[in-house]
Design a protein around this ligand. Structure first.
Ligand SMILES: Nc1nc2c(ncn2[C@@H]2O[C@H](COP(=O)(O)OP(=O)(O)OP(=O)(O)O)[C@@H](O)[C@H]2O)c(=O)[nH]1
Ligand SMILES: [Mg+2]
Length: 443
């Protein structure tokens, strides 16, 4: 098994952090610097220094070129750092060269995020998913190292050596571990699927909170359901999915799901690995995209979240559920900004949205109302007039819709009052082509 990057038995390690950028357009702003700092602290490291470096010509060997590398070396020594974080993607060669040159551990953004996920995963399922992500990451790096060595060997006539067989053995070992993990996770997914189907049969709609990390999903979840899920000012406070009942004034009970947050440049391995957890959100009847409207980079975060959601939908070969937005952290805005947000939320372009504060509770009822409105929009209450020959249709309705009332006439005909989801209605029409619209009246 790959080792953890950071030794947590020892007192906090001192970390030096570089956020590299190449072109003026992608120079990291304050927000990115704060986010990176947050990630490093979430790892339990003490921050010795953090700065953004303009890498005009990234080098294949070290990423950082001459002067920058020398300055980093000096800072690492004078601060007594034992770990360096490069907040971008390093090739295995760059990572190894930097470690040799600096004499300390070096990790990149993916390594950093994987490490935090490793710390936060509490449930068996969470651990499996992190482990899978880590192995996939390791494996992708092994492959690259391998091609690199191969090329080197071909060019120089270098034969044998320790590289080849060890790498092949490592690769095989990783593959075996990967296969085992994938099958364990497949079991988890099956169990979840069964649970989900159970919930569907009971006709309890599922509403899932999604959004950028630290946007306030868990706070909103707690506020809505009275739960006590950990909500903290740190990235990836939540890794495991929690489900609680939420009572809505008109619709009654729905299941509300709190999920893991997203982040920009989220490693694809993580997205892929967290499928079991995130499918819960993907199969929800409605998504609430929680946005931190007090953040300067809110718009960019929104795009990052939508990108991850699209990737998940693509993986599952499914369509995304409808999305509404909770414009959170309203309380942190100035009066003018608040007025503007209220105005914008009322306009029809974009997904339906409401301003809210999970902390003060302002706008919470509006969130409930918006959930209700959007769930209701996609379900219909119908009167079904069935003849005694419609036994199969009647059974189907009992299985797939909520039957509120059922009355039989003397001749065996029946009148049912049912609530049916739009998607289920689609299935009904295709399975019972004979079922005429006249048999069903909208109430
Ligand atoms: N002022 C203010 N702070 C908020 C609000 N909602 C959440 N917070 C704070 O924002 C921080 C993050 O909140 P969480 O609820 O943990 O965020 P999350 O989206 O669940 O984050 P992850 O689980 O890490 O993805 C906490 O310090 C909360 O107290 C809000 O409406 N107003
Ligand atoms: Mg959370």
């Amino acid at each position: 098994m790959p080792q953890s990057f950071v030794d947590r038995e020892q007192p906090p390690e001192k970390a030096g952090v570089i956020v590299p950028w190449t072109q003026y357009g992608n120079r990291p702003g304050d927000n990115r610097m704060q986010e990176t700092q947050g990630l490093v602290e979430a790892l339990g490291c003490e921050l010795a220094f953090i700065r953004s470096d303009n890498v005009r010509k990234p080098t294949a060997g070290y990423l950082l070129s001459g002067g920058l590398l020398e300055r980093l070396e000096e800072d690492v020594q004078s601060n007594g750092c034992s770990i360096v974080v490069i907040d971008s993607a390093l090739t295995p060669v760059q990572q190894r060269n930097l470690e040799k040159r600096l004499g300390v551990k070096v990790i990149d953004r993916t390594g950093l995020i994987l490490e935090i996920f490793g710390l936060r995963a509490l449930t068996n399922e969470g651990r499996l998913q992190v482990e899978l992500a880590r192995l996939l990451y390791e494996r992708s790096r092994l492959v690259r190292t391998w091609t690199h060595l191969e090329r080197q060997r071909g060019g120089s006539g270098f034969l044998g050596g320790p590289g080849e067989t060890q790498l092949e053995a490592d690769k095989r070992m990783l593959d075996r571990a990967l296969a085992r993990l994938k099958s364990d996770l497949e079991d988890v997914r099956k169990t979840r699927r069964v649970q989900r189907e159970g919930r569907k049969r009971r006709d309890t709609p599922v509403v899932a909170l999604v959004g950028y990390t630290n946007a306030g999903k868990s706070s909103l979840f707690n506020r809505l359901t009275g739960a006590d899920v950990m909500a903290k000012d740190m990235p990836f406070a939540t890794l495991d999915t929690t489900i609680r009942k939420l009572a809505l004034p008109k619709l009654g009970e729905v299941n509300l799901v709190d999920t893991v947050g997203f982040i920009s440049d989220l490693p694809t391995h993580l997205v892929d690995s967290f499928r079991a957890t995130l499918e819960e959100a993907l199969e929800a009847d409605l998504l609430i995209h929680v946005r931190d409207r007090s953040s300067e980079v809110d718009e960019q975060q929104k795009q990052d979240v939508l990108k991850v959601l699209d990737r998940l939908a693509e993986l599952a070969g499914a369509e995304l559920p409808p999305i509404i937005e909770a414009w959170n952290k309203f309380d942190l805005l100035s009066d003018e900004a608040q007025a503007l947000l209220v105005h914008d939320a009322g306009r029809s372009s974009g997904p339906p949205a409401v301003p809210v504060s999970a902390i003060t509770g302002q706008g919470i009822d509006d969130v409930s109302a918006l959930i209700e409105h959007n769930l209701q929009g996609r379900r219909a209450r119908l009167r079904a007039n069935l003849s005694n020959r419609d036994g199969a249709l009647r059974a189907w309705l009992h299985e797939n819709a909520l039957v509120e009332e059922e009355h039989f006439q003397d001749n065996g005909d029946a009148v049912l009052i049912v609530i049916i989801e739009e998607t289920d209605w689609g299935r009904l029409v295709s399975q019972f082509p004979g079922a005429s619209e006249t048999q069903f009246q909208k109430l």
